[in-house]
Design a binder for this molecule. Structure first.
Ligand code: ZN
Ligand code: ZN
Ligand code: ZN
Length: 363
């Protein structure tokens, strides 16, 4: 093979692999070929020490990225010895400039990484950001770590581009840092939505939402988070403040959310159940303990296809929200088209009911 073609193939291969390691596509991530996985021992556990993990991850990323240009020069010198790249005084001017720039880039980045790691990471940009959010950055870090360990946090996306919402914090991880704001300080605004026709995992339409996070803390810069619209409700549930949708963007829902809406609409059309006049007050729903129990199951359907519904004699114990979720959870998750015509057992007495038998309670 001629030198030119070896040089070409090496150049192409090197930059392709470097790019894939720097911005890993799905295939690289599933094969575990990411900086996080290669350095997992040194990085420690994200679950236990979230802040330290990301300080080390971003530092390693800076060092790794700074080695890519110089690595190309060394690799090419080995792959194509005829170019005589080791003989630095003899190489073409262009190569000299390239080499000097990559060495400077490498030295600056490694010095920066070293500086960040000094004084137990006091100089790291993440430590500085956390310092603006409380009296001492280590106290803020410990609060973030503790809340990140909880299983009820919201988290979406791969490690270097993840959106996390805990009880008190809104966090986005980025390649070289993290964005973080206190929940009490933020306003969230739904800015834009993008719809893609085919999603490589599920072959369906997906909608991505861009949400801007603004903080009243003058030291916290605004940042944007991006997520799949089917995760929107989970995100909303975890936030204490509402997400403003000033542009009235229509949000695509997950199948379950769509079903729950249809279910509730149908129940509004069903006959209501009148409480007997001597009835005591309604209890709170035993599912959520928040709303008042407002649903009574009565066998009303007379369609022979739905013939095996059974009268339920339970007093109203559930709210509409919980009953709709219960009904959806009892369905075959792979055949959503059958849900509306299916049945579910009463959560208390197991009597079968269909959607026509679900009645709102009225005095
Ligand atoms: Zn409930
Ligand atoms: Zn029952
Ligand atoms: Zn029925």
């Amino acid at each position: 093979m001629s030198n030119t073609s070896t040089e070409f193939i090496f150049t192409l291969g090197y930059w392709l692999v470097a790019l894939c390691l720097a911005v890993p596509p799905q295939e690289f991530q599933s094969a575990g070929l990411t900086i996080q996985n290669l350095l997992s021992h040194w990085l420690g556990s994200e679950e236990l020490h979230f802040v330290y993990y990301h300080m080390k991850r971003t530092t390693a990323t800076v060092v790794f990225h700074s080695l890519i240009p110089i690595g190309y020069y060394i690799g090419l010198a080995i792959a194509v010895p005829d170019l005589d790249l080791w003989n630095i005084s003899q190489v073409r001017l262009l190569w000299k400039v390239y080499l000097i720039c990559s060495v400077i880039f490498c030295i600056v980045s490694c010095s920066l990484a070293f500086y960040w790691s000094r004084k137990k990471w006091n100089n790291h940009p993440i430590a500085i950001k956390l310092g603006y959010l409380g009296d001492a950055w280590r106290a803020v870090a410990s609060s973030v770590n503790i809340e990140f360990r909880r299983i009820d946090k919201f988290a979406s996306g791969p490690i270097g581009r993840r959106v996390i919402v805990t009880d008190s914090w809104v966090i986005k991880t980025t390649t070289y840092s993290i964005d973080i704001a206190h929940q009490g300080d933020v306003h969230l605004t739904l800015e834009e939505s993008q719809t893609h026709d085919i999603h490589y995992e599920s072959n369906t339409t997906v909608q991505f939402l861009n949400i801007r996070v603004d903080s009243v803390n003058p030291h916290t810069k605004s940042f944007k988070v991006r997520l799949n619209s089917i995760e929107y409700n989970d995100l909303k549930d975890k936030l204490s403040a509402p997400i403003r949708n000033v542009r009235n963007i229509l949000i695509h829902q997950s199948l379950t959310d769509k079903f729950l809406e249809t279910f509730r609409d149908q129940v509004q059309l069903n006959p209501v159940y009148h409480l007997p006049s001597n009835a005591v007050d309604l209890d709170p729903c035993i599912g959520c303990m928040q709303s008042t129990a407002n649903i009574k199951l009565q066998k009303l359907c007379d369609n022979p296809d739905r013939g095996d519904c059974v009268q339920c004699y339970c007093r109203p114990m559930w709210c509409l929200e919980c009953m709709s979720k219960w009904f959806a959870s009892r369905q075959n998750q792979n055949e959503p088209q059958t849900w509306l015509s299916s049945k579910s057992p009463c959560p208390t007495c197991r009597a079968k009911f269909c959607i026509l038998d679900v009645c709102r309670v009225q005095r």
